[in-house]
Design a protein around this ligand. Structure first.
Ligand SMILES: NC(=O)c1ccc[n+]([C@@H]2O[C@H](COP(=O)([O-])OP(=O)(O)OC[C@H]3O[C@@H](n4cnc5c(N)ncnc54)[C@H](OP(=O)(O)O)[C@@H]3O)[C@@H](O)[C@H]2O)c1
Length: 422
C-alpha cells in the first residue's frame, strides 16, 4: 500500500523566499500524544523567515526542512492516549514546539496534542491561524510579568507587527496606555486608527506603500475575529479604530488623510500637543509626532517620568535609546531581534540605572500547560467579547508561500499574513 501523501512547503538549503518549494511528502498516522490536522490556514511569522534564512534562535537540523508553528483546521486523526479531541473538531494549533520536529506549512500536519486548542464557535479558519503567536506573545510580555497596572503607559516598537497590534489591543483592554513606535508615517496613521494612545514615527524608513496589495477578496487591512461584533463595536474593516485607553478626540491632520471609518483620532506629521489633552496618567495628548529625540518625546508624553515597561522587538544598537525611556525600577523586555544587529548592554553607558533588562519567548508559557491554559482563557475571552480582533494584512494560497515571505520581508504589512489551504 502506498503511503498517504501531504502537500508541504519545504526548503533544501538556507536562503531567500525563493528556496521554498511545494512538494509531496508521505504523512503517517499520529503517534502517542499527537494529533493529525487537516489544515485550513497557516499563520506566517517572522520566525519562519529567520529559520529559512538561517538566523533563527534554533537552527535547521536537517534538509529538506519544513516550517511553521501555527495553524487552524480540523482534527483528522488522533494518536493513542489523546483525549478531548475528536476527528472533525475545529481547532487552532499554538506555537509550542520546534519547527524542526513538527513543521506545519502543509495541507495536513502532525502536531503535539498539547498544542491543540478548540476554536471558539464562529471563529473562522483565518482568524484561528492569525491569533495565537501574536496574542500569546503579547500576553506573556504584558500581562504575565505583573509589572503593569491600569493607567500605566508602555512603549513598544515594531508596533505595526501582529504582536504589536495584539499588545495595543490587550493594553487597551486593561486600561494601559501605549506609545507605539513605527518607522513610517503611513503606519503611524494606521496605528492611531488601531487604538495606539500615542504614536511616534522614528524613521528613517521610507513608506513601503502598497507594493503588496491585499489578497483577492480582502479589502486592505482587515480586522476581524470571525465572531459577531458586540453592540457598539465598530465594523471589521481598516480604520474602524478601537477605542484606546485615554484616547483623545483630536483632529485629523491634512497632511495625513484619515482612513475610512476613522473615529476622532489625531494623525499628523506635525507635533500637536494641545492644552487640556491629557490622559488619566497625566500624559500629554500627542498623536503621531515626527522622528527626533525619542527620549525627549516620551518624557513629554509621560510628564518626565518615562515608562515602567518598554517592549523591544528590534534589539540592536537602538536598545540604548529604548533603555533611556524606562522609569527607575522599570523593565526593558527584549522579545525579538528584527534589526539583525549585535545588541550592546546599555546599562554601563547609561550610568548603571535601576533598570531590569530581560529576554523572553512565548515558548516559556506555551510549553507549560498551566500557563498556556491561563493565557488561552484570557485570549479566548477577549476574542469572544470583541476586545481582541486579529488584524490580517493579506492571505496567500499555500502554493504561494514564496510571495507571502516576500511580503513579510518587505515590512509593508500591518498585522498578520496568512496562508490558506484550498
Ligand atoms: N519572543 C517571542 O516569543 C516572539 C514571538 C513572535 C514574534 N516575535 C518577534 O516579534 C516581532 C514581530 O513579529 P511579527 O511576526 O508579529 O511581525 P513582523 O512581521 O516581524 O513585524 C514587522 C514589523 O516590524 C518592524 N521592523 C522590522 N524590521 C525592523 C527593523 N530592522 N527595525 C525596526 N523595526 C523593524 C516593522 O515595523 P515598522 O515598519 O512599522 O517600523 C515591520 O513592519 C519580531 O521581532 C518577531 O521576531 C517574538
Amino acid at each position: 500500500m502506498t503511503a498517504e501523501q501531504a502537500t508541504v512547503v519545504r526548503f533544501h538549503s538556507l536562503g531567500g523566499p525563493e528556496v521554498l518549494q511545494v512538494e509531496q511528502a508521505p504523512i503517517g498516522a499520529p503517534g502517542a500524544g499527537e494529533a493529525r490536522i487537516r489544515v485550513e490556514a497557516i499563520g506566517v511569522n517572522r520566525a519562519e523567515a529567520l529559520v529559512r534564512s538561517g538566523h533563527y534562535i534554533e537552527p535547521v537540523r536537517e534538509f529538506p526542512a519544513g516550517l511553521g508553528s501555527e495553524v487552524s483546521g480540523v482534527i483528522d486523526l488522533v494518536g493513542p492516549g489523546v483525549t478531548g479531541l475528536e476527528p472533525g473538531d475545529p481547532v487552532s494549533v499554538v506555537p509550542a514546539f520546534s519547527q524542526n520536529d513538527y513543521p506545519v506549512y502543509a495541507d495536513r500536519a502532525i502536531v503535539p496534542a498539547a498544542a491543540v486548542l478548540p476554536r471558539p464557535d464562529g471563529t473562522d479558519a483565518i482568524t484561528g491561524a492569525a491569533t495565537w503567536m501574536a496574542y500569546l506573545t503579547a500576553y506573556g510580555a504584558l500581562v504575565e510579568p505583573g509589572i503593569i497596572h491600569p493607567g500605566d503607559t508602555i512603549v513598544l516598537n515594531a508596533a505595526s507587527s501582529s504582536v504589536g497590534l495584539a499588545l495595543i489591543q490587550i493594553a487597551n483592554h486593561l486600561g494601559v496606555h501605549t506609545i507605539a513606535l513605527t518607522r513610517t508615517a503611513t503606519k503611524a496613521a494606521a496605528l492611531a486608527n488601531h487604538g495606539a494612545t500615542h504614536v511616534i514615527t522614528t524613521g528613517p524608513e521610507t513608506d513601503a506603500g502598497s507594493q503588496f496589495p491585499a489578497a483577492p477578496g480582502r479589502r486592505g487591512v482587515e480586522v476581524g475575529t470571525g465572531l459577531p461584533a458586540t453592540a457598539g463595536q465598530p465594523g471589521l474593516e481598516a480604520g474602524a479604530g478601537l477605542p484606546a485607553a485615554g484616547q483623545h478626540g483630536l483632529h485629523v491632520g491634512a497632511d495625513a488623510p484619515a482612513a475610512p471609518g476613522q473615529r476622532g483620532v489625531e494623525v499628523s506629521a506635525r507635533p500637536t500637543a494641545t492644552a487640556g489633552q491629557r490622559g488619566p496618567d497625566g500624559s500629554a495628548g500627542l498623536g503621531a509626532v515626527p522622528s527626533g529625540d525619542l527620549a525627549a518625546q516620551v518624557k513629554a508624553l509621560t510628564c518626565g517620568r518615562g515608562v515602567p515597561l518598554v517592549l523591544d522587538a528590534v534589539a540592536g544598537p537602538g536598545i540604548s535609546d529604548l533603555a533611556q525611556l524606562v522609569s527607575p525600577g522599570g523593565t526593558l523586555l527584549v522579545y525579538g531581534a528584527s534589526s539583525g544587529q549585535p545588541t550592546p548592554y546599555p546599562g554601563v553607558d547609561l550610568g548603571l540605572p535601576a533598570l531590569t533588562i530581560r529576554s523572553y519567548t512565548m515558548h516559556e508559557l506555551s510549553r507549560d500547560a498551566r500557563r498556556l491554559a491561563r493565557a488561552a482563557a484570557f485570549i479566548t475571552a477577549g476574542l469572544r467579547s470583541g476586545a481582541f480582533r486579529p488584524v490580517v494584512a493579506a492571505t496567500y494560497p499555500l502554493s504561494d508561500a514564496v510571495a507571502a515571505h516576500k511580503h513579510l520581508e518587505s515590512n509593508s504589512h500591518l498585522g498578520k499574513l496568512v496562508l490558506t489551504v484550498p
